[in-house]
Design a protein around this ligand. Structure first.
Ligand SMILES: O=C(O)CCC(=O)C(=O)O
Ligand SMILES: [Fe+2]
Length: 349
């Protein structure tokens, strides 16, 4: 998958950022006494008052840790079954083609790969939101969005085994399990690179070398909204795929590394076919939809040279663990990476 260097995860996946849905809180978990010590107060403030409720939280957290431990193995099994048994309705959507991309995207790509490319020029093609470095750009044609959603609905209605996108989203599809990583998502990430290189140089925008991609779905009878969080990504792309829906805006607060006492939130609307680019560490969430169904393609893009220095989820030096495929985008250090380096070192990668 990578040129020789296998991707890895960070051990914090089994202990940190565990989402307690009913109280809307992320916790770190080592054991019961530690959970009470570190999060007892926040849980109480959110309505977890009785001993029984706390025990229920502990059971849920332990179950989530167990789920995470089985995840890789189960995902590999699902992938094998899907590749053997699933008959796509629109086999063409699995391989990225120029005709899927909005003409304006192709124009931005031409600009960013020309000798004239610079940030100022790029910004004239993008919509910017506040000073948070959140940008909107045309990505796909509407026709492609419809075909992709139709394909994913076909998959959803099939009897194939399904994973869930992440701890917080219950509905949607993990695109690597559908076999879309190599023919669709890697080329898409590579074509975004000249853009992310100009927008997010210090986050390794020039050398995003892996991703985790999934589609999230919101509807009245399923998930309605998404709690506040940051992504396990250096840079995130979030493209609205439709279908018809009202409300469900995204909101963005502070960058996780420098929170302010009174964060100012901004809301950003979805526009079908357009994508938002934001820093993975920008705290965000999704407001409830009012009606209809909302589908979005989310690509968490990672730069190994950046995250090998500091895991964005536990904010410590990553403790590497074996992984499948792109893992969580870490790699074993090469000799020159063993010394702490400025982030610009990723230009070497
Ligand atoms: O609902 C959305 O569009 C955002 C989803 C998201 O932030 C995530 O899955 O990380
Ligand atoms: Fe997110």
């Amino acid at each position: 998958m990578s040129a020789g260097r296998p991707f890895r995860g960070c051990a914090c996946f089994f202990t940190d950022n565990i989402f307690v849905r009913r109280f809307g809180l992320h916790v770190r978990y080592r054991d019961g006494p530690q959970l009470r010590r570190d999060h007892g107060r926040a849980l109480r403030e959110r309505g977890c008052r009785s001993e029984e409720q706390l025990r229920e939280v502990l059971r849920e957290v332990e179950a989530e840790v167990q789920r995470r431990k089985q995840l890789t193995h189960q995902s590999v099994e699902r992938r094998a079954i899907i590749s053997k048994c699933y008959k796509p309705k629109h086999p063409e959507v699995y391989t990225l083609q120029d005709s899927f991309l909005a003409p304006e995207f192709l124009e931005i790509e031409r600009f960013c790969t020309s000798p004239a490319a610079d940030l100022q020029g790029l910004l004239s093609y993008l919509e910017s939101f506040s000073d948070k470095r959140i940008y909107r750009l045309p990505v796909f044609t509407e026709q492609f969005c419809q075909a992709l959603v139709d394909e994913l609905e076909n998959f959803e209605q099939s009897d194939m085994p399904k994973g869930r996108p992440n701890t917080m989203n219950n509905y949607g599809v993990l695109l690597n399990e559908l076999g879309m990583d190599e023919p669709f998502l890697t080329p898409l990430r590579e074509r975004l690179r000249p853009i992310t290189a100009l927008l997010y140089p210090e986050l390794g925008g020039a050398c995003l070398d892996s991703h985790k991609a999934f589609v999230v779905k919101y509807s009245l009878h399923e998930d309605l909204d998404l709690s506040s969080h940051y992504d396990n990504a250096e840079v995130t792309l979030n493209v609205s795929l439709g279908k018809e829906f009202t409300e469900g805006n995204l909101y963005f607060g502070d960058f996780n590394q420098d929170p302010s006492p009174m964060p100012k939130y901004i809301e950003v609307e979805h526009v079908v076919g357009r994508g938002l680019l934001h820093r993975g560490g920008q705290i965000h969430g999704a407001l409830p939809i009012g009606s209809g169904q909302r589908w979005n393609l989310i690509v968490w893009m990672r730069c190994s040279a950046v995250r090998n220095q500091l895991c964005p989820m536990c904010h410590r030096k990553p403790q590497l663990v074996e992984a499948e495929g792109f893992g969580d985008g870490f790699t074993e250090p090469q000799v020159q990476e063993e010394l702490p380096q400025p982030v610009s070192a990723c230009a070497l990668g």
